[in-house]
Every structure is written in C-alpha cells, then in structure tokens.
Design a protein around this ligand. Structure first.
Ligand code: MRU
Length: 341
C-alpha cells in the first residue's frame, strides 16, 4: 500500500511540495526553485512535520549550492537561512548539516549533494515502514488509538510515523479505530490527519482537543500514539502543543503513551527537554483562525507551537531501530552507539 500523494518530491530541478495550508479543501502543489523558497515554505508551513521539513531542507541545500555560484560564503549563508526557518524540529538542522557536510567532503560536487538529499528522503521512507512494523506489534486487535497533530505521510517523506503504525495495524486487519484531536490552532489533526485517514479508509472520529480527557478517563482509549519534533538524550520529547497535557492524563489513567519517530529526530547532544527551543508563532493564528476574527483584535496571545513531554510520562519511543523503553538515558545512549534495541 502506498499513498497517492507526496508531501515533497524533487522534479524538474525544483522541490515540489503539497501546500498543506490549503488541505483539505484543495490538493495544490507549489514549486520551490531557490533556497529562499524552501526556507519560506518551511517557515510558513507549506511543508511541516519534522521529517518532511528535514527532507525539504536537504533539497534546499542543493538549491543553495546551485545559487551560490562557487561562493562558499554565499552557500553557507543560504544554508543558515534554511537552518533557522523553524527552531524546534531537529530534523531541520540535522538535514542541513548532513547535506552541507557532504558538499564539503566532495568539493561541492552538485551530483553528490543531490544524491545526499535524495538519500534523506529514501531513508526516511524506509525508516517509516520499519517503524510501522515495530509499532504495530504493541497494538492489539480492536484497539482504539488517540493521536494528536499530524504524523502521517504529509509530515514525513512518505507513509508516516505515528500514522505509519496505525496504517500498518489497519492493513494487518487488526480492526483498529482512531480518535484524532483537531489540534488547535492550526488544526493539523482535523485538516491533515483526518484527511489522510479518511482517504486510507481507516475508521476515524475527529474530536475537539478538550474531549480527549473524557475519552481517556472513560476507558475508550487503548493507546496514545503520536509524533515527535525533538527527543533529547534523557528521553524528553518536544511535540505539537497539547502533547504534554495528553501525557499527564494518560499517566493518571494508566493508558500507554508512545512517541513515534525516526532516530533522525533524536538530538543526542541535548541533555534534556528544558533546553529545546520552543517556537512561538504569530498571535493571529489564535485570534483569526482561518482568517476570521474570533477574539478582540488587540488581545494578547501566547501561541507556542510545541510543548515538552517529560520522559517519566512516556511508555516508549518507537523508532526504526526498536522501541526505546526506560531507562531512556541508557537506552538512547545505546542507539547513539549504533545498537538496535
Ligand atoms: O507545527 P508542525 O505541524 O510542523 O508540527 C508537527 C508535529 O508536531 C508532528 O507531530 C511532528 O513533527 C512529528 S511528524 C512525523
């Protein structure tokens, strides 16, 4: 099974992206032809989701190399523009650094740089498939899963992380059902996750974010499965705002809580979630959802895009190299040393 859409694809010398801001109303593609276009697409969330941002950024570095016209200074400045487009998802910095390093190693060979960007995408697709297989093994027949934000094919280079697990379980015939949080304020759950699951024929019920607590308390949720934007060395996880709140409720009622991510989302050099830079976005995303004024124009808004779930609240982190269980610090160190667990 494959999706019939690609969040990102490099075709005809340009990075073609689904404009995710326009879903579910329209499936529209836009082309990025420069490093600046790629940085802008990441900043404005035309492309979003940690692994998809990483995949797009890799091609951004290739476009930067073409534009830099043999100026290393210009190339580095363009890479930096892409690298700083959004602060929280570590896949962005990881991808830029990886492709830039390849450029340096190969004497700025354009073909080699493009190959490296392609590798990020191919590897991500393969990791997602493996994650799905590993993750589906923790589910039981007939389980009802709660997910938050969008960690599907749209958020990755293909297939999805949390939704990859859900899809794998569905295609195994396990008869699972999904509740999708709408995910305020940008509604990635409603606009993107519900779109992906309906398209795949997976039973999904959309809920306002605040309904999750009641469902969990009433025993209607067997597991919570969601994505990650950055995982630190001690197992703390940054993910879409609202994830932390879900983890507290899950812990209170003893519901398993799994973060799902490729190992490219682990920031081995960062000790704990306290150090993760959390993006704050424009207050108008809250004041004017969909462009319609829903609050006094002059009201102050606090709009963090992510929050940090402490590792104590996490049952396990599902990766392509196995499921990381507590003690997270020791087991993440094993992953850093190249082990499969
Ligand atoms: O602001 P977004 O839409 O980029 O946030 C996305 C998320 O928080 C996802 O859960 C995360 O990136 C994992 S995607 C596989």
């Amino acid at each position: 099974m494959e999706e019939d859409f690609r969040a990102l694809e490099f075709v005809g010398g340009a990075l073609r992206l689904i404009d995710q801001r326009q879903l579910p109303e329209k499936l529209v593609y836009i082309n990025c032809r420069s490093a600046g276009d790629v940085a802008n697409a990441i900043r404005t969330m035309i492309v979003r989701g940690a692994p998809a941002i990483g995949g797009a950024a890799g091609y951004g570095v290739y476009l930067a190399l073409l534009e830099a016209d043999d100026s290393t200074e210009r190339f580095n400045a363009l890479c930096q523009t892409i690298r700083s487009a959004r602060p929280t998802a570590v896949n962005l910095m990881w991808a830029v650094d990886r492709v830039r390093k390849r450029a340096e190693e190969t004497g700025y060979d354009r073909n080699e740089v493009l190959k490296e960007a392609d590798s990020i995408v191919l590897e991500d697709k393969a990791m997602n498939r493996r994650i799905g297989e590993i993750g589906a093994d923790v589910l039981r027949k007939g389980d009802t899963i709660l997910t938050h934000c969008n960690a599907g094919a749209l958020a990755t280079c293909g297939w999805g992380t949390a939704l990859g697990v859900i899809k794998e379980a569905h295609y195994r015939g396990m008869g699972i059902k999904v509740y999708a949080d709408e995910t305020r304020p940008l509604l990635q759950g409603a606009r993107l996750t519900a779109w992906e699951l309906v398209r795949a024929g997976i039973p999904v019920t959309l809920i306002p974010d605040s309904a999750a607590a009641t469902l969990i308390r009433d025993g209607k949720i067997d597991a919570i499965i969601l994505g990650a934007d950055r995982i630190t060395a001690n197992g703390d996880v940054a993910n879409k705002l609202g994830t932390f709140m879900l983890s507290v409720i899950a812990k209170t009622y003893g519901v398993p809580f799994y973060s799902v991510a490729p190992t490219s989302t682990i920031d081995f050099g960062m000790k704990s979630g306290k150090d993760i830079p959390i993006e704050e976005r424009d207050g108008d995303e809250v004041r004017r959802p969909g462009g319609i004024l829903m609050a006094p124009e002059s009201v102050d808004v606090y709009n963090p895009a992510f929050d940090v779930t402490p590792h104590e609240n996490i049952t396990g982190i599902i990766t392509e190299r196995g499921i990381i269980y507590p003690p997270f610090d020791k087991n993440i160190e094993r992953i850093r040393c190249g082990e499969t667990i």
